[in-house]
Design a protein around this ligand. Structure first.
Ligand code: ZN
Length: 496
């Protein structure tokens, strides 16, 4: 057993290292790369993807798994080695189904489409983006065909972001949420308060962002925070976590962006070191990942205890704008539903409706019920039904997100599932830490961070998403706690 296990691990470390190199290239593409660098970068990423794919699907990996599986089945099932063998088998079988050439072609097409999308969005010109999107969708569907027979093509797509999750589970949760979210928005929506409109000095926003996430547990000897157009977080290693954000003088949304990305970063940072350089390091479930960005951004960062602690700092930083605004008014303002066009700027309640719109449209694109050419009209019609606004231009509608340009069909639902899960996990943490609110009010987050690290972050990807959710939340994804949380919050705000 030992030589076989050592050889397998050796091969897997190479794969993980190369994947992290890909992370560096992708990060640079969105943070520093000059405009004309896209062509070369796309080729490099495609080459790297081919190498990783060849290594991962090598016959030798299959032989080693065959040798090791009888032994692994005698181990306690939650040991690192037993989890490693199971996860590697799933990954191996899945990747063997996709030809390396198709994988590389897709990677190159994504990089091309991303550049085209950036320009098309600036110009609000869907026609310029349409051929690239058609190509991406076509390649994605070719990849889905590699998994035939399947029950639902969309299930194959979600599986890349949340292994084992099925569209019928997503639809069940979303069908419960949608009418309830619509009702909450109708009852509580209002206008954005004037005091939340800037100007707010950008370097002051940067300083406040750093102050908050340092308190959350971001350790600057292992983290960086840089600027980008669409914020994200990516780990290059357990000791090198990259967060990105953006600043706008007109609002203080950057504070929530920083908390959000810090949540992603802390999750990766908290992986057990024993899992480093294995496929089990870090979290590979997008829903679980998003549950942590949402937990820090919303459950912590939009709560009254948090602002009892931090609001004085924001007031003294922006005395002209907020010096005379009471805490309760500020807290109500950052929680009030405000109908608007852009998902990433949406409040917590409208946000779910933005996601449901994309989920519905994706399912129709994938099933062939909706052609790419008809996407802007379908978007605008459904957007008006769900959010009550008429979309004036595609820049504010169908062109706003990079996901489809990146080929990420099946990704959007994980955003809302993450919000749903964040409350289920939060309730467990609050049970374990009876004075959690008081701690937050004092700006103390170490015990919360510690609980999350021990009960979730450390697990990395040892278990399937469903198994991990069961462990940390005590049951499967359920919309009830999330809805109760939103209703409770809005009820309290309107009673105040
Ligand atoms: Zn996120």
């Amino acid at each position: 057993v030992e030589p076989a296990l050592a050889e397998l691990k050796e091969r897997l470390t190479e794969i993980v290292d190369l994947a992290r190199v890909g992370g560096v290239l992708a990060w640079d593409m969105e943070v520093y790369m000059p405009q004309t660098g896209g062509d070369a970068r796309g080729t490099q990423l495609a080459t790297l993807t081919s190498i990783v794919h060849r290594k991962l699907t090598d016959d030798r990996i299959g032989e080693l798994l065959d040798d090791l599986e009888p032994w692994a089945s005698t181990l306690p099932p939650d040991t690192d080695d037993a989890c490693l063998i199971r996860a590697t088998r799933r990954e191996f079988e899945k990747n063997r189904k996709i030809p390396t050439k198709l994988e590389a072609e897709f990677t190159k097409a994504r990089a091309d489409a991303f550049g085209i999308w950036v320009k098309a969005r600036e110009d609000s010109d869907f026609a310029a983006f349409r051929p690239a999107l058609e190509r991406i969708l076509d390649l994605r569907l070719q990849m889905v065909e590699c998994f035939a027979p399947y029950e639902d093509a969309y299930d194959v797509l979600i599986d890349d972001f949340d292994e084992g999750l099925r569209s019928e589970d997503v639809s069940r949760v979303f069908e419960t949420l949608q009418p309830e979210l619509t009702a909450l928005v109708e009852e509580h929506a209002g206008e954005r308060d004037d005091f939340l409109r800037g100007p707010f000095d950008v370097s002051a926003q940067d300083a406040l962002s750093r102050e908050i996430i340092t308190a959350f547990g971001v350790d600057w000897s292992s983290f960086r925070l840089d600027l980008t157009v669409h914020p994200f977080a990516v780990p290059f290693g357990l000791g090198d976590i990259r967060l990105t954000t953006r600043y706008d003088e007109d609002d203080v949304n950057s504070l929530f962006t920083a908390m959000h990305e810090a949540g992603h970063g802390l999750y990766e940072f908290g992986s057990s070191p024993a899992l480093d350089r294995t496929p089990l390091v870090g979290c590979r479930s997008s829903s679980l990942h998003e549950s942590q960005s949402r937990l820090w951004e919303n459950l912590v960062g939009r709560s009254l205890p948090f602002w009892r602690w931090f609001y004085p700092r924001v007031q003294e930083t922006f005395p002209d704008r907020l010096g005379g605004v009471p805490l309760e008014a500020f807290h109500a303002a950052i929680n009030r539903p405000v109908r608007s066009f852009i998902r990433v700027d949406a409040d917590e309640t409208c946000y779910g409706l933005h996601v449901i719109l994309r989920y519905e449209l994706e399912r129709r694109l994938v099933s062939g019920d909706l052609a790419v050419a008809d996407l802007p009209d379908a978007w605008n019609t459904r957007f008006e039904e769900l959010l009550g606004l008429e979309v004036p231009e595609d820049r504010l509608g169908v062109l706003q997100d990079s996901h489809w340009a990146s080929g990420y069909f099946g990704y959007f639902p994980t955003y809302l599932l993450g919000s749903v899960l964040s409350v289920q996990i939060w309730e467990r943490a609050a049970e374990a830490i009876p004075d959690l609110s008081e701690q937050i009010e004092r700006g103390e987050f170490a015990e919360l961070h510690g609980w999350l690290r021990e009960n979730l972050y450390a697990l990395g990807s040892k278990f399937t998403p469903a198994e991990t959710i069961e462990r940390v939340a005590g049951g499967p994804i359920e919309p009830g706690p999330y809805l109760a949380y939103l209703r409770g919050k809005h009820g309290a705000l309107s009673a105040a």
